[in-house]
Design a protein around this ligand. Structure first.
Ligand SMILES: [Zn+2]
Length: 174
């Protein structure tokens, strides 16, 4: 019974004009990250899809990837708890470390809690920081999440410069 759902999802994904396809590449990168730093997700059932369209945008920003929790009935029908959809046009031109950061970001959206019976309960985490660069420019690090974010960026900055992660100058959304 378990594989039936997977087969059905593969069928659905490949049946629609090539817009969606199962992504083994994204799956591989994610599997490594789950081993390394997202071990809580080992038992989470995640489907990885490529979305291949000319422009995938939301509110004027290029969508790099999107993680969604499957509603209960879809978890039942497909055997998946989440779907991570990756922008194939971006993925194809992105260097390995960008791909890794992108999948790390998407996996960070998935949080595991445990219910009273000890069963995993999955939900979507919001970003640590939601802010406008204009506000930071005018008011600096005016709240705690910004300070924590800056501290993390500073710590990481010792190992990696911003240019290392350059992916063009378009606005992006994940
Ligand atoms: Zn995100």
């Amino acid at each position: 019974m378990k594989n039936q759902g997977v087969a059905r999802v593969v069928f659905i994904a490949e049946g629609k004009d090539g817009k969606y396809a199962i992504s083994e590449e994204a799956h591989k990168v994610a599997a490594k990250l789950i081993d390394k730093q997202h071990s809580g997700l080992a038992e989470c059932r995640i489907a990885y899809l490529f979305k291949d369209v000319k422009e995938w945008e939301s509110k004027g920003k290029v969508v790099l990837a999107k993680t969604s929790k499957a509603p209960e009935q879809w978890q039942y029908l497909t055997d998946f708890d989440f779907v991570v959809i990756v922008n194939k046009k971006i993925w194809d031109i992105a260097p390995d470390k960008f791909r890794e950061a992108l999948m790390d970001h998407e996996l960070s959206h998935i949080i595991k809690e445990v219910d009273a019976k000890g069963n995993p309960k999955w939900s979507i985490a919001n970003h640590d920081v939601e802010e406008f660069s204009g506000v930071v420019l005018r008011h600096g690090l005016w709240k705690n999440d910004l300070k924590q974010f800056m501290a993390a960026a500073k710590k990481q900055g010792q190992q990696m410069s911003l240019d290392d992660m350059d992916s063009g100058d378009q606005d992006e959304k994940v």
